[in-house]
Design a protein around this ligand. Structure first.
Ligand SMILES: [Fe+2]
Length: 352
């Protein structure tokens, strides 16, 4: 007789007579108990996301090779997807909700205008002279700039420079695809309209207010120049020398909320010689040094060195420790995570 109300060993599928199982299948029915512990494991969720490191040097070589092998007309977007082996490469997922792609645009090429339901951002990795046109706003692309192409906004990429331009795409594609809401539309081209959010919202604490009116745009700022985010980190570090985590969040300057709805974006500065532990939180995260490098020790996994422009994925519910080995230079790290999604779902946790 059970007196605790707890059942340690649940029945297996094979414990059931075959004719009963066949009858369930024929009626589109499945017994829960053989799978109950798999979908609701004790204390810590099952995660397919594995700690994964994508060194930029190798990725860059293979991407430039793709530039030789596949013309833009045959690719539309010339991207190598950073696929997490834990999900299976064919799933093209970095984590449960994040997709990462490294995209190459060669001088003179154009990635034509389209829009789609998944939200995207671009983190520029190298090259000058490219631009992204987002709903008519022309956003120049320089190393470290963050450019939003949120759900439903038209966007295209062009390149007036003379060297290859490469950027990291971060999308919530796996999530939007999972909820069966992923699709795209095309438009021949966009018209450039004057006005840039990056200029209109050039300083924190003040926002454009023509005749006391506030913008009602869902995405008033589309380009977050690295020069400004970097200056904000340096200013914060100088102002608060004892602050452990020198970090800023990319936000919608009208609402103060996350810049996009599903994924969160941050920049983190490690002081020279600093070691910083990022706590075990429910969302998976992606790290990408914009300047400098960091040793990364993911809890329960082998350590690796994240060189400048490398990218790595860290599963949810997993702490990691970052160390800047340089004694003289700070390291600046771009972070993407699934926090906005987890908060909206009510499942966000920080386990310290
Ligand atoms: Fe797109």
């Amino acid at each position: 007789m059970q007196d605790t109300g707890r059942f340690d060993t649940l029945g297996r599928l094979e414990d059931l007579p075959q004719d009963y199982r066949d009858e369930l299948t024929a009626n589109n029915l499945v017994p829960l108990w053989p799978s109950l512990r798999a979908v609701l494991p004790p204390h810590v969720p099952a995660r397919k996301t594995q700690p994964t490191h994508w060194p930029y040097a190798k990725l860059r070589d293979l991407l430039l090779k793709a530039g030789e092998l596949t013309p833009i007309e045959k690719a539309e977007r010339r991207v190598l997807v950073l696929a997490n082996p834990g999900h299976g490469l064919e799933k093209m997922q970095a984590s449960a909700a994040m997709y990462l792609g490294m995209q190459l645009l060669l001088p003179g090429e154009l990635a034509p205008a389209h829009r789609h339901t998944p939200n995207a951002i671009r983190m520029v990795v190298e090259g000058e002279g490219a631009w992204t046109l987002v709903n008519g706003e022309k956003c120049p692309m320089s190393r470290g700039d963050l450019i939003l192409t949120p759900t439903g906004l038209w966007h295209e990429h062009g390149h007036d420079g003379n060297q290859p331009v490469i950027w990291l795409d971060v999308l919530d594609l796996p999530l939007v695809y999972y909820v069966e809401a992923s699709y795209h539309e095309e438009v021949p081209s966009q018209t450039v309209v004057p006005g840039q959010g990056a200029r209109a919202y050039a300083r924190g604490g003040v926002v454009p207010t023509p005749v006391f009116g506030r913008s009602d745009k869902a995405y008033p700022m589309l380009r977050y120049p690295w020069v400004d985010a970097r200056a904000a980190l340096l200013s914060l570090a100088e102002d608060q020398p004892d602050l452990e985590a020198v970090q800023v969040t990319y936000v919608n300057p009208e609402t103060g909320k996350d810049a996009e709805n599903i994924l969160g974006f941050y920049a983190l500065m490690l002081r020279p010689g600093q070691t910083l532990r990022l706590p075990a939180r429910s969302p998976a995260q992606v790290l990408h040094p914009i300047e400098g490098s960091a040793e990364v020790q993911v809890e329960g996994a082998a350590a690796f060195t994240l060189a400048e422009a490398d990218t790595c994925a860290v599963p949810g519910y997993t702490a990691c420790t970052l160390s800047n080995r340089s004694a003289t230079e700070p390291a600046f790290i771009f972070v993407a995570d699934e926090s906005p999604l987890h908060r909206k779902l009510g499942v966000y946790e920080n386990r310290g």
